[in-house]
Design a protein around this ligand. Structure first.
Ligand code: SF4
Length: 368
């Protein structure tokens, strides 16, 4: 096994082209990106320009629906089992861009019930506490309060009513194929896929889910039965993973704190972590690096700049060549990234404080 991607775990160095074939998704082509530019009358953000989002299901139909006036809506979510890190928040920024440019509604499901059911060591109180903390990070991204509905499963009881018709469609073996249930699985876990699929039916138009590709299996269940209930199959835009600090292959993981930068990390501490742990593509000595050049394609520092922290394409390309030519050393480069990360954290944490006053405005508990 070279690599494995499931909703619970990412192992090995992911080959994204192979994953498209394995999952049966479609590549996010230049043609679709051009169409996105045309319809939004905007330049693409770096997540799309640099192919961080690389795969989709039915995004072509989403664009067609938009163009022909049927519209669509966005749906995404967060499982509140701990603090959010940089890897969690990047897809939310891409979602924000989509909302802004297409002017559509966005539903954000906070699955406090799911995390309680699936994580043996978390209490229900824990997941509710993390739900509040995570909602602050999400609001801090800057979504449109009039078009964004954040709902927490345990509070938004209407979702149960919507899940019932779904629960009558999904067989145990369909759910088991995705979640891998066994004899010890709790009955709440088995019902849960119905709750997760319900928001794709919040509006009688197509839903678009922007998320990392490991989440794709969840929506396959929805796509199996949606049309039989008179709804659209969920469409998706899939991102790659933001790697953790110590390895380029996998994804940033909350279970390995030294590999992640949390959105609530003290900026000084975040800087120390990057300095100490970030993998570079540097050579053994400065002399060797000047002679042979560095290897940006093996470097987490460069990858983080590419994915999120260097907006300027020209600056990124210059950095690539300066590294390759041995004109740049890793210490200088790390300091540059640290500055970018610290500025981002300071800004985010300010907005996170302000978000405390906005929670009620964003939270959705009423009738649809
Ligand atoms: Fe990475 Fe920069 Fe070192 Fe090149 S110089 S390997 S881009 S940290």
């Amino acid at each position: 096994m070279e690599f494995e991607v499931t909703p619970w775990e990412v192992k090995g160095v992911v080959d994204y082209d192979k994953l498209i074939k394995e999952f049966g998704t479609a590549p996010l082509t230049e043609e679709l990106l051009e169409k996105t530019k045309e319809l939004t009358k905007s330049e693409l953000p770096l997540y799309f320009r640099r192919k961080f989002f690389f795969s989709h299901r039915d995004y072509d139909l989403v664009l067609k629906d938009y163009e022909e006036g049927r519209g669509f809506f966005l749906y995404t979510g967060r499982g509140p089992s701990g603090p959010m890190h940089i890897g969690h928040i990047v897809p939310f920024f891409a979602t924000k861009w989509l909302q802004e440019k297409f002017g559509v509604n966005l539903y954000i499901q906070i699955t406090d019930d799911e995390k309680f059911l699936f994580k043996p060591n978390l209490t229900f109180e824990d997941t509710k506490r993390w739900a509040y903390e995570n909602i602050l990070d999400i609001i801090a991204v800057g979504f449109d309060p009039d078009k964004t509905f954040i709902f927490q499963d345990s509070e938004f009881t209407k979702i149960y009513e919507m899940a019932i018709p779904i629960a009558k469609k999904v067989t145990y073996s369909m759910a088991r194929a995705v979640f891998g249930f066994n004899e010890q699985s709790k009955i709440g876990m088995i019902f849960y896929p119905a709750i997760q699929a319900a928001p794709t039916f919040f509006e009688k138009r197509r839903s678009l889910i922007p998320a990392a590709i490991d989440q794709d299996p969840y929506w396959r269940i929805q796509r199996d039965f949606a049309e039989s209930l008179g709804y659209y199959k969920a469409a998706a835009l899939h991102s790659k993973f933001v790697p953790g600090l110590i390895s380029l292959g996998g994804k940033m993981s909350a279970s390995k704190p030294e590999t992640a930068i949390y959105l609530t990390d003290d900026p000084e501490e975040a800087g120390r972590k990057i300095w100490k742990y970030a993998l570079t593509g540097g050579r053994a000595t400065a002399k060797e690096q000047r002679e042979k050049g560095g290897q940006p394609e093996k470097c987490v520092v460069f990858k983080w700049l590419e994915i999120f922290f260097e907006e300027d394409d020209k600056a990124l390309l210059e950095r690539y060549h300066a590294c390759k030519n041995g004109e740049l050393l890793c210490g200088e480069c790390k300091r540059y990234l640290i500055g970018k990360v610290q500025n981002f954290l300071k800004e985010h944490q300010k907005k996170r404080e302000e978000a405390k006053k906005l929670v009620e405005k964003f939270k959705y508990t009423g009738k649809l």
